[in-house]
Ligand binder design. Structure first.
Ligand code: FES
Length: 232
């Protein structure tokens, strides 16, 4: 007997491997669920909730929730989509995101999600927090744009496994802290990896921001999610 797990997303049937999360199973079946704090290959933490879906009346983060036999999942329903849209708007108002002046424009997942969800003006008031820009020998850390996804915390380490980025403080004061000594010792490849792993323009490798001009970048050609939705 097959040990595959049967599930449906918005009425579309799919098969999953045991242990797969809802997000992984949906993706393997050509179904797009938006994510932000999740990054392929990193342990998911379920912090941003952009990947939220509903099943059996319950909200859950699809990047951490395992898919179970017979699960019926709501993904692109108006209610779920509106929920995600509100979360994206909150991210815009709680930081300082000025896309036209950002080096990551066109490669930014938050900006790409805003386009996908057709966000013009957030429904929430802007907080305009006072945040700083920190400079390190090979990169800048732009706290105004950080969405605290922790992708850099989970994905960037020294060769002997020491974390270079860490979370500091809580709630509104939550911010990314960098080990200055380890940051100084980072190789060019590690800095590039840190910049690539960041979904927004918070980690910027020096002299690399505009190497690929705006207009020729990833999401300038293809909307976010199209790589999954067009596969089928
Ligand atoms: Fe699942 Fe952020 S992508 S909670």
């Amino acid at each position: 007997m097959s040990d595959k797990i049967k599930f449906t997303v918005d009425g579309q049937e799919g098969l999953a491997e045991p242990g797969q999360t809802i997000y992984e199973a949906a993706k393997a079946n050509g179904i797009y669920i938006p994510v932000l704090c999740h990054f392929e290959g990193l342990k998911p933490v379920g912090s941003c909730r952009i990947c939220s879906v509903k099943s059996n009346g319950r909200w859950m983060a699809s990047c951490t929730q395992p898919v179970t036999q017979g699960m019926i999942i709501e993904n692109m329903t108006p209610e779920v989509e509106e929920y995600r849209k509100a979360l994206i708007e909150m991210l815009f108002v709680e930081g300082n995101h000025f896309c036209p002046a950002c080096e990551k424009s066109g490669n930014c997942e938050l900006q790409a999600l805003a386009y996908r969800y057709q966000i013009m003006v957030p429904r929430f008031p802007y907080l305009f927090p006072k945040r700083e820009i920190e400079a390190f020998p090979k990169f800048l850390l732009e706290h105004n744009r950080c969405v605290q996804c922790q992708r850099c915390v989970r994905g960037v380490q020294t060769e002997d496994g020491q974390k270079i980025f860490a979370l500091h403080e809580r709630s509104n004061n939550l911010r990314i802290n960098v080990d200055r000594q380890l940051a100084t010792e980072m190789s060019n490849e590690q800095v590039q990896q840190a910049m690539d792993i960041c979904p927004v323009g918070a980690i910027l490798k020096k002299e690399a921001g505009f190497r690929i001009p705006i207009g020729k970048r990833k999401f300038d050609y293809r909307p976010i999610g199209s790589e999954i939705e067009e596969k089928e």
